[in-house]
Ligand binder design. Structure first.
Ligand SMILES: Cc1cc2nc3c(=O)[nH]c(=O)nc-3n(C[C@H](O)[C@H](O)[C@H](O)COP(=O)(O)O)c2cc1C
Length: 163
C-alpha cells in the first residue's frame, strides 16, 4: 500500500516544476482586480482555449468569475516588482502600476504577452477550481522580454537558472 501524501512534501516536489507568472485582471463594478497566477496554461488550439486554477475561497477569483472579459498579463523577467505589487492587499494592487483598459480588461504595460478571454467553463479541482476560457484577443509586443518564471519557491529569470 502506498504512503499517504505529505502536503508539505507534495508542495516541495511541485516546486521543482517551473511555472509562468501571469497577472489575471478584470474590471468589476468599476474596480480593477488583479490576481497573480502561475497555473496559466494553453489548452486547445481549435477552438482556442486556455485556463488556470484558482484556490477555493479566493476573493479575487470570485470577482474574476463575474467579469465578462478577463485579461492575462504574462510577466517578463523585468517585472518581478509587478508580481509583488499584485500580491499586496486587494485595494492596493494597482497602486503605482502603469495600466490601461484594452479590449475590455486591464492591460499592464510592458508585459511579454497579453490575452483577453471570456465565456468560462468552471470545474471543480479538489481545493481549487479550473477556469477554462475562450481566447478572444492576443498580442506580443515588438520586442518582448523573456518571461519571469517561478521555480523552487523563487522568481527566476532564465539567466539565473544555473544558480
Ligand atoms: C508566482 C505565484 C503564482 C501563483 N499562482 C496561483 C495560482 O495559479 N492559483 C491560485 O489560486 N493562486 C496563485 N497564487 C496565489 C494568489 O496570487 C494569491 O493567493 C492571491 O492573493 C489571491 O487573491 P485573494 O487574496 O483575493 O484571494 C500565486 C502566487 C504567486 C506569487
Amino acid at each position: 500500500m502506498s504512503e499517504p501524501i505529505d502536503p508539505k512534501y507534495f508542495r516541495q516536489v511541485m516546486g521543482q516544476v517551473p511555472t509562468c507568472v501571469t497577472v489575471v485582471t478584470a474590471l468589476v463594478d468599476d474596480a480593477p482586480i488583479a490576481m497573480v497566477i502561475g497555473s496559466f496554461v494553453s489548452v486547445s488550439l481549435d477552438p482556442p482555449l486556455a485556463g488556470f486554477f484558482c484556490t477555493n475561497g479566493s476573493y479575487s477569483w470570485e470577482q474574476l468569475k463575474k467579469a465578462d472579459t478577463i485579461g492575462v498579463n504574462v510577466l517578463g523577467e523585468h517585472q518581478i516588482d509587478v508580481s509583488n505589487a499584485c500580491m499586496r492587499d486587494l485595494t492596493e494592487r494597482f497602486d503605482g502600476l502603469d495600466w490601461e483598459m484594452v479590449d475590455g480588461a486591464p492591460r499592464i504595460a510592458d508585459c511579454s504577452a497579453w490575452l483577453t478571454m471570456n465565456n468560462p467553463q468552471i470545474s471543480n479541482a479538489g481545493d481549487h477550481e479550473f477556469g477554462l476560457y475562450n481566447v478572444i484577443t492576443m498580442d506580443i509586443p515588438d520586442d518582448p522580454k523573456a518571461p519571469v518564471i517561478f521555480y523552487g519557491g523563487a522568481y527566476r529569470d532564465l539567466s539565473t537558472l544555473d544558480d
